[in-house]
Design a protein around this ligand. Structure first.
Ligand code: SF4
Length: 352
């Protein structure tokens, strides 16, 4: 007896349980499938249907879409979100009219030249509208394949993605490609769902590795949390006896670029050296004041703040540099402070 293949099981299931009445499954032209595929990215079928029908009434062909204004196209998208999808669709329709004589491309490479169409979407359009043999790898298919083959690793990683494309290609049948593509989408959307997959009803459960291991929800692996380094710093809250605080302007580029902050150092020793260099006297107070933590996109900043109080009227020297200012009256100050520094200065202002 010949072994039933993955695709045969999926197609058999599709014949009795697949979805066949969705609006884009009627009159399946490449244009109609394309619009549906773009709308279905990030959006559920039930939400898409009324939008799709209205869109198709207004723009039944790629030419009508290309001739529409961007405002009009976007108004048809209002409520669906991710508006770059609509802008790309509109832009691509103009390209189809200009470079492809108004005909949707019919090869994978040409299809992928259109804005907003990646390999999976291009494969889906050509498979569903022309029964061409292409694999797809949307979120539903990734979920099914990672579970069925117990593929470890986050699918966003290129090595994992490569492996998944190989598996997707491997299972694609020579015949009934359109049905198979639709079946894989349906299987992922209705049975192999993100939480609580209905494995008992699934045509693949006999050979599904995750089902056998009892852990389908472990797949696909989640995106690893980004580990970003921590930088230590020391900030000086130098206060003068007249109540003003020394602030320093950050360089125009980089972290907090162009904003006003407190003099910042790598460590306490460098901070003390700087004080000695610019203020010949010994501070009457040098004490720990507060710790601030702040997360930037590529590092965490842990900064210890020391309060420094000077005991004379000495205010010159450092002021020759444009980057420093004695800050006293917040109402007269027009510069900007980063939020954590503003917080540090606020209690100080109320004390003075
Ligand atoms: S058996 Fe369960 S986990 Fe495996 S593919 Fe089917 S629904 Fe998904």
């Amino acid at each position: 007896m010949t072994k039933t293949t993955f695709a045969e099981r999926v197609l058999k299931w599709f014949d009795h349980s697949g979805r066949t009445h969705l609006p884009w499954q009627q009159d399946r032209t490449a244009y109609r499938v394309w619009v549906s595929e773009i709308m279905l990215q990030q959006t559920q079928v039930a939400t898409v249907i009324p939008y799709y029908e209205k869109f198709m009434t207004s723009y039944p062909t790629v030419q009508t879409l290309a001739e529409a204004s961007e405002d009009a196209v976007l108004s048809h998208w209002a409520g669906l979100g991710y508006y770059s999808r609509a802008r790309n669709l509109h832009k691509a329709s103009k390209l189809v009219c200009a470079d492809f004589n108004g005909e949707m491309p019919n090869t994978l490479d040409e299809m992928m030249q259109l804005s907003g169409i990646g390999r999976s979407t291009a494969g889906a359009i050509l498979s569903l509208s022309q029964n061409q043999k292409h694999a797809i790898l949307d979120g539903n298919v990734k979920r099914v394949l990672t579970r069925y083959h117990a593929v470890e690793g986050w699918p966003g990683k290129s090595a994992v993605l490569k492996q998944l494309w190989q598996l997707a290609e491997h299972h694609v049948p020579d015949k009934r490609n359109a049905d198979y593509t639709q079946a894989m989408m349906d299987l992922g959307a209705t049975l192999c769902t993100r939480s609580k997959p209905d494995c008992e009803q699934c045509p693949l459960h006999q050979n599904c590795q995750a089902y056998a291991d009892g852990n389908p929800s472990n797949y696909p692996s989640k995106k690893p949390k980004k580990t970003i380094p921590t930088k230590e710093a020391v900030l000086l809250l130098v206060t003068h006896e007249d109540g003003s605080t020394l602030i320093e302007k950050r360089p125009p580029t980089g972290i907090w670029g162009g904003l006003w902050s407190l003099p910042q150092f790598e460590d306490e020793e460098k901070a003390r050296n700087w004080l000695r260099q610019h203020f010949s006297e010994t501070p009457i107070v040098f004490e720990h004041y507060a710790k601030i933590t702040h997360t930037f996109s590529h590092f965490h900043l842990h900064a210890e703040t020391y309060k420094v109080q000077l005991n004379t009227n000495y205010k010159t020297g450092i002021m020759e540099a444009d980057a420093y200012l004695w800050y006293n009256n917040p109402h007269e100050f027009t510069g900007g402070f980063p939020a954590p520094i503003k917080k540090l200065l606020a209690p100080e202002r109320t004390l003075l």
